[in-house]
Design a binder for this molecule. Structure first.
Ligand SMILES: Cc1cc2nc3c(=O)[nH]c(=O)nc-3n(C[C@H](O)[C@H](O)[C@H](O)COP(=O)(O)OP(=O)(O)OC[C@H]3O[C@@H](n4cnc5c(N)ncnc54)[C@H](O)[C@@H]3O)c2cc1C
Length: 512
């Protein structure tokens, strides 16, 4: 069975649910898959979480799930066993074999705290064995406190705990040998240093008894220790997500929670093992917004691509409905201007039935024509063959779809009936294909034919060459305008009366 989602969130702790809330509120079809093992499940109360001080962490998650569900988010219990890429979607396999597909994924699986291997420690985790002075320090302030070092970095924790009580014993075996200045500083603040390794901890009525290998016993009311953060990300191994070099190798993300994979975001302890609940919530919230922003951008890109495909299909229909659409003759302004240029390579954007390209080839240019209509391209190639010239024609959408630079890039009457025809963007892309010292030549209708007094509403505007030049906004250090003018030519109205057409001519030279 396969389901399709906008976003699947792996892990329903505070980070995952915060991402879910943002996505649900953004009307994204969102699924949370949660293993139900939040990191702080060992603690009955949480602190340092504004507005929720002292609350049961499980209760906060229950509220979070209800809030996310109110915005249409679905939440299921289960474990994700694999996350892979499948074209434009991510494929998520659950342990029961169900496969979900999603346009984006948020990994919010948190970390597992690998505790020092000391008998009795694990059972007291979250009760009398504590990981964080900010989360649980106030509650034991002024009491008999211990710190079990796990590495030289524990020196920081020892100092923080001293802020909470004057009665501090540091079990330093894992941090030995201590730096001389550390011993000086700890001793100056009255911290007792015990270098013999801890062999066991035992909960008694009098407190937590910490037994050391030398046979001594030390009684404390609470023992602080940092577990080694462990990330369980085997399910995502195929994606080879970038990690940071912090302890545990958390996932590397940017400010929006984006990982090295474009469809995968991450938040919470899996990206910052030292983050607490509010930090994880904030990061989750940001990742939810990051996913939505990515999907919004993709929705617009897809809409434009669909619209462009429709427009291109429209051109194909137009060409296909008649044996010949245009005259096949070169435009007078094109012929006059190109006659003054030294022949080289040329690219004609929107080459239609090939009139201009064949003329260029006949005048010594190695010419390529591109057009979105396969019928136009076929006719252009046949036309070149009947004229016995060597010219290349390609079905392509815009200059970006062909390789290389050209001495002349030509856009001749590149108009469309669509109001959102991206003419300026197409011309900018065309400019990118001009070789140093080469020319961009744009010839177009600068005004409607003299017998048309009002353009149909849906037509894009016909502009003066000056206006187009301003809109193109090319780097003036790289481009020199050589011709910016309107050339008038004789024409005949549909009724056979004499009239005129105004051709806008823009010839720009790339100067470096
Ligand atoms: C004992 C203890 C007490 C703490 N007390 C506090 C405190 O008082 N205040 C405070 O601010 N912070 C506290 N913290 C820190 C807090 O727990 C974390 O900051 C917070 O839980 C991180 O949230 P998270 O959403 O990133 O991860 P988690 O809360 O750990 O949630 C991760 C979720 O992902 C699920 N998951 C993992 N792998 C998968 C998978 N493959 N498929 C599906 N689901 C998966 C897990 O089951 C879990 O439900 C405490 C930590 C500990 C260890």
């Amino acid at each position: 069975m396969t389901n399709e989602w906008d976003a699947v969130i792996i892990g329903g702790g505070v980070a995952g649910l915060s991402a879910a809330q943002m996505l649900g509120r953004s009307r994204r079809r969102t699924l949370v898959i949660d293993g139900g093992q939040p990191r702080n499940r060992f603690a009955a109360h949480m602190h340092g979480v504004l507005g929720h001080d002292g609350r049961d962490p499980g209760e906060l998650l229950e509220t979070g799930r209800a809030e996310a569900r109110a915005y249409g988010v679905e939440i299921v219990a289960g474990a994700v066993t694999s996350l892979t890429e499948d074209g434009d979607v991510m494929r998520i396999r659950r342990s029961d074999g169900t496969i979900e597909t999603a346009r984006a994924v948020v990994i919010a699986t948190g970390i597992r705290d690998e505790l020092p291997d000391v008998p009795g420690l694990e059972g007291e985790w979250g009760r009398t064995v504590l990981h964080c002075p900010y989360c649980h320090g106030w509650e034991v302030a002024g009491k008999r406190l211990g710190v079990l070092a796990t590495s030289p970095a524990s020196a920081h924790q020892i100092q923080l705990v001293r802020q909470l009580s004057e009665d501090v014993t540091a079990f330093t075996a894992a941090a030995e040998p201590l730096e001389e200045d550390e011993v000086t500083r700890f001793t100056a603040r009255g911290i007792r240093l015990v270098s013999s390794p801890v062999s066991e901890v035992r909960h008694t009525e009098d407190g937590l008894v910490v037994v050391t290998r030398d046979g001594d016993s030390h009684v404390v009311d609470a023992l602080f220790t940092g577990g080694t953060p462990t990330l369980e990300l085997d399910f995502a191994a195929d994606l080879n997500l970038a990690r940071t070099d912090m302890p545990g190798g958390p996932l590397a993300v940017d400010m929006l929670g984006a990982t090295s994979h474009p469809r995968v975001f991450a938040a919470g302890n899996v990206t910052s093992p030292f983050g607490n609940v509010p930090i994880s919530m904030g990061a989750g919230s940001m990742a939810g917004a990051g996913v939505n922003a990515m999907l919004v951008a993709e929705d617009f890109r897809r809409a434009v691509a669909e619209r462009t495909a429709l427009r291109n299909a429209g051109w194909e229909e137009r060409y296909a409905e008649k044996d010949r659409f245009w005259s096949g003759r070169v435009n007078a302004a094109v012929a006059a201007i190109v006659a003054d240029l030294a022949p080289g390579t040329a690219l004609d954007i929107g080459s239609g039935e090939g009139g201009d390209v064949v003329w260029l080839a006949e005048h010594g240019w190695r010419a390529t024509g591109i057009d979105v209509s396969a019928t136009a391209v076929r006719r252009a190639a046949e036309f070149a063959a009947t004229r016995g010239v060597d010219a290349r024609f390609v079905v392509a959408d815009g200059a970006a779809s062909v390789e290389g630079e050209f001495d002349l890039v030509l856009a001749s009457f590149l108009h469309s009936w669509e109001p959102d025809f991206p003419r300026i963007g197409i011309l900018r892309e065309a400019a990118e294909r001009v070789a140093p010292n080469g020319h961009l030549l744009v010839v177009s209708h600068a005004a409607p034919p003299s017998w048309v007094h009002e353009l149909p509403e849906h037509m894009p505007p016909m502009r003066s060459p000056e206006a187009e030049l301003a809109l193109l906004n090319l780097d003036t250090a790289r481009w020199r305008p050589e011709i910016v003018e309107i050339r008038r030519r004789e024409a005949t109205t549909p009724d056979g009366a004499p009239a005129h057409l105004d051709d806008g001519v823009l010839l720009l030279r790339r100067v470096e």
